[in-house]
Design a protein around this ligand. Structure first.
Ligand SMILES: [Zn+2]
Length: 427
């Protein structure tokens, strides 16, 4: 076969642009590497990056390649927080929140996503925001306009009237506004709200299956959707190619929503052996969010939480920890999540220490925020791992996080998509 003149011209053009593409190839070297696929620390490593992607992970220096040397640091995949609210303003009371416009949340959100990325979280699932601030943050980050993690967003959380997501719980009924919200009652409304969220840019659907802690006048133990409504939400979401994350404290709601097909249950407060067995049988993920209770009940009430919610937080704290122990013991799939947004973004790595205090090894705790969380998000192989074909999302810490997991509270170096966003090594 002879080459046509056109093919020759295209070939020559490719040859001309090739050197520019080569300039985007480089290697990152570190003395130690937490290999999440291997479940062990090894080193030294050279990670060859091409554009925004990892080309290879080598045990010897590659020839003729510029090297970013991280010295004696420990390299690991960028962390994933599967339960955040990146458009939330922290520490304002309920009325101030209701009066605060979406534009204000968006400005706060820009700082939130930067703080999150600089703390080492290169991917986040945002499980509920209003007024499309979450969708806009995701899109602005994707477009390279602002620094932040890769985001999957839920837009409005579906709530029954009077449920955890109904802002009117704290108000008399004659107060009203014309803002959209996630309230949907009955099978038809639930289906319509899922369709609306997807239309408006949701990557996943969040439903509030039980009452909550920070909402007024509801009880975390009560179911807030019927089984028919839960099945409708999951069915509609799945039909449209979306996973469902379900806020759940109570045991009954947890079992119902797991059986309805939710991808994950969030919080899981009253999970006992029976509920854990149901999650395990259905392959439902559990996203614990244990740290959030500590800043909520901290002395001096820094987050300005109403007294009623403080009582609920104190009541759920020990149950949440017991649920975590049960889940670890019985082998429920666990993905790291924190509820950052209730407390300041960028401080959520404190969640790790609680996991190890309650029986996980540091390596298992790291796994929840890397490989496991990536699987929950449906992004296995792309995030939560440093391997051929993954995004070049990596962080470095000074010490060994598999010996002391609190090293992850002091991430020194952050790369996302081959670009460095933080470098405090040597400081
Ligand atoms: Zn939440």
């Amino acid at each position: 076969m002879r080459r046509s003149p056109l093919a020759v011209a295209v070939f020559s053009l490719l040859a001309l642009v090739a050197p520019a593409a080569h300039a985007e190839r480089f290697a990152v070297r570190a003395a130690h590497f937490v290999d999440t696929k291997l479940g062990a620390v090894r080193g030294p490593v050279w990670v060859v990056v091409s554009g925004d992607t990892v080309e290879s992970v080598l045990a010897a220096a590659p020839a003729d390649l510029a090297v970013t040397d991280l010295g004696d640091a420990t390299l690991l995949p960028g962390l994933i927080d599967a339960h955040t609210h990146l458009s939330n303003r922290v520490g304002i009371d309920r009325m101030a929140r209701l009066k605060s416009p979406a534009a204000r949340s968006a400005i706060t959100g820009v700082n939130n996503v930067r703080a999150t990325l600089e703390a080492g979280f290169t991917t986040c699932r945002d499980v509920g925001g209003d007024e499309l601030v979450d969708v806009s943050l995701r899109d602005a980050i994707k477009a390279g306009e602002i620094p932040g993690p890769r985001m999957q967003v839920a837009a409005w959380s579906l709530s029954m009237t009077g449920g955890h997501g109904d802002d009117r719980n704290a108000l008399d009924y004659h107060w009203c506004n014309d803002l959209s919200n996630g309230v949907a009652d009955g099978v038809d409304e639930v289906r319509k709200k899922v369709r609306f969220d997807v239309q408006q840019g949701a990557d996943l659907i969040k439903i509030l299956a039980t009452g909550g802690v920070l909402s007024a006048n509801d009880d975390p133990r009560h179911t807030t959707y019927t089984q028919d409504e839960m099945r409708a939400a999951c069915d509609e979401a799945h039909r449209l190619g979306r996973f469902v994350a379900a806020h759940c404290h109570g045991k009954e709601g947890m079992i119902w929503v797991s059986n309805a097909g939710a991808r994950s249950i969030e919080h899981g407060t009253y999970m006992d052996a029976e509920a854990a067995a149901v999650l395990k049988k259905n392959g439902t993920w559990y996203v614990p969010t244990l740290y959030v209770i500590e800043p909520i009940i901290a002395p001096g009430n820094p987050l300005k939480i109403p007294e009623q919610s403080l009582d609920k937080a104190r009541a759920v704290r020990d149950h949440m920890r017991e649920a975590f122990r049960t889940a670890v013991k019985l082998g429920v799939k666990i993905a790291f999540g924190t509820d950052a947004g209730v407390f300041p973004h960028g401080t959520q790595a404190k969640e790790f220490k609680i996991y190890t205090d309650l029986g996980m090894t540091p390596m298992q705790a790291i796994d929840t925020a890397t490989r496991s969380a990536a699987e929950l998000l449906g992004w296995s192989g792309k995030v939560g791992v440093v391997a051929r074909g993954s995004y070049a999302d990596m962080i470095a810490v000074s010490g060994d996080p598999t010996k002391d997991v609190t090293e992850l509270e002091h991430v020194k170096w952050v790369m996302k998509g081959g670009k460095v966003y933080k470098n405090d090594l040597g400081r």
